[in-house]
Write a protein that binds this ligand. Structure first.
Ligand SMILES: C[S@@+](CC[C@H](N)C(=O)[O-])C[C@H]1O[C@@H](n2cnc3c(N)ncnc32)[C@H](O)[C@@H]1O
Length: 256
């Protein structure tokens, strides 16, 4: 799928909150090397460099559009075009940080284990945040729009109904392999402005992969169908703003 950095960054403030919360729980004090896996437009580079100014920061992403924006906006960091499903560091990093990226990989559970064991130094940290809002209307309306429209045959094979497992599944996977393991969920009450802002929010991320598979009038009709459903599910408050609760899963694992 292609990424649109401008659309994604329309909600940069909301998307930044979990990134800050994830960073706050990492205990590694002065890492020499930090990798931001699935770094996108590099928007978290200032946050990571403010916490660890001495570290060499490398952002890794497979989107040329996102990396172009990252390189322009953040000349102090290094950026690498690579698939995070296959990427390997030249030498293991003290911190591997990944905000809102690993859920894009089918089979990310095994990849998380592999990253911890092969990409992180002994005593170093793997920190992961993934959205887990897929049962909420923002994402359930995508499934409904796909299943109930003439585009079903094209889009349904690409649906992943539960891309991120419950927290306990990651605990069972990682517990025996770590020196310290923290797993938690947070539901953020996001307060958005604008017309149909939940549709605009998902258009910058999960919805985009399906829009990209359609063209012309069919794409327009699919988006309109989704927008109608999601607007009904998230009506504006009296002051015009929209409440959009969003659940996210966090993992902070320290390697033995
Ligand atoms: C939702 S954005 C998150 C960007 C940034 N981490 C943030 O928190 O703002 C997801 C990013 O993951 C990247 N991504 C998804 N699958 C990937 C893959 N297989 N290899 C590399 N990057 C990938 C996308 O290109 C995109 O930039």
């Amino acid at each position: 799928m292609s990424w649109d950095p401008a659309q994604y960054l329309r909600f940069a403030g909301e998307r930044m909150r979990p990134a800050v919360d994830l960073l706050a729980r990492i205990g590694t004090v002065s890492p020499a090397s930090v990798v931001d896996l699935g770094c996108g437009a590099g928007n978290l580079a200032p946050l990571l460099l403010a916490r660890w100014p001495q570290a060499r920061l490398t952002g890794v992403d497979s989107s040329p559009e996102m990396l172009a924006r990252a390189r322009t906006d953040h000349p102090g960091a290094f950026f690498e075009l690579a698939d995070i499903g296959a990427w390997r560091p030249h030498v293991p990093a003290d911190v591997v940080y990944s905000n809102a990226a690993l859920h894009w990989l089918v089979g990310h559970e095994q990849r998380i284990v592999q990253l911890l064991e092969e990409a992180v130094t002994p005593g170093g940290t793997l920190a992961v945040q993934m959205p887990r809002n897929f049962a909420a209307p923002s994402h359930a309306c995508i499934v409904e729009a796909i299943e109930q429209g003439p585009w079903r045959a094209k889009l349904e094979p690409h649906l992943r109904r539960e891309p991120v497992a419950p927290p306990a599944a990651y605990w069972r996977l990682l517990e025996g392999r770590t020196a310290e393991l923290q797993i938690w969920e947070t539901e953020y009450l996001q307060v958005l402005v604008g017309e149909n802002p939940v549709a605009e929010y998902t258009k910058g991320s999960w919805l985009k992969q399906f829009l990209d598979r359609l063209e012309g009038a069919e794409r327009t009709a699919f988006e309109a169908d989704y927008r109608r459903r999601v607007l009904a599910a998230y009506p504006p408050e009296a002051d015009g703003r929209t409440l959009f609760p969003f659940r996210r899963l966090f993992i902070v694992a320290r390697r033995r």
